[in-house]
Design a protein around this ligand. Sequence first.
Ligand code: PEP
Length: 251
Amino acid sequence: MRTPVIAGNWKLYKKSAEAVNLVSELIPLVKQTTGVEIIVAPVFTVLGKVRDVIAGTNVMLAAQDCFWEEEGAYTGEVSPGMLCDTGCSHVIIGHSERRQYFGETDTTVNRKIKAALAAGLTVLFCIGETLAERESGNTFKVLDSQVCGGLGDIPMAELSKIIIAYEPVWAIGTGKTATNEQAQEAHAHIRALIARLYGRDEAEAIRILYGGSVKPENIKGLMAQPDIDGALVGGASLNAPSFAAIANYKL
Ligand code: PEP
């Protein structure tokens, strides 16, 4: 039985007062929520403030990225150990916006995942095809190379600390959600690949989230799919009632 995960990626939004307001509004709306792991991922600068507000609640803290070195002359970077020190339990790695705008590759994603695991963080590992890749019939090929590249050399024992987020790039922030069937097909493909790489038990255990314009209106249909174990939510996570409605979905 896989515990569902609903994670909110706040992207480059919410300064400290807004972040505190958002999470303070969210907490009472999800405090009765059981059987779902709830995570918020604010910008680095407000992690400490959000940590203080969520202390003792069922909301967990993620960062949106990290570097692969623990310390050194790397101006502007933040290490996995620093994220733990700030109260993060999770980190998003390989988000398509980082691949698209900041030159992240499967190689850098792999280095970051290894470093985050070594620090004890749970990784939300993002993959997904572009519209051109889907339309040219290459979706599965792209997913295969992102999964194999991102998880390269990661041993089976570490897999329980990895949550995969399948986010078709064409559905992120566009209002276009993959159909339930398109999402399920991709998730089943990813799970079958994990079975080939790590074995059937690991594939059965790993959580695979869907991301791409998830809203209160479409979460139920997505969660009804057998291989969808939760959602990585961007836009709708910036509004507490919307995010809470997603986390409180009922099948
Ligand atoms: C995301 O940022 O990971 C995302 C899925 O965004 P949105 O929900 O806005 O499409």
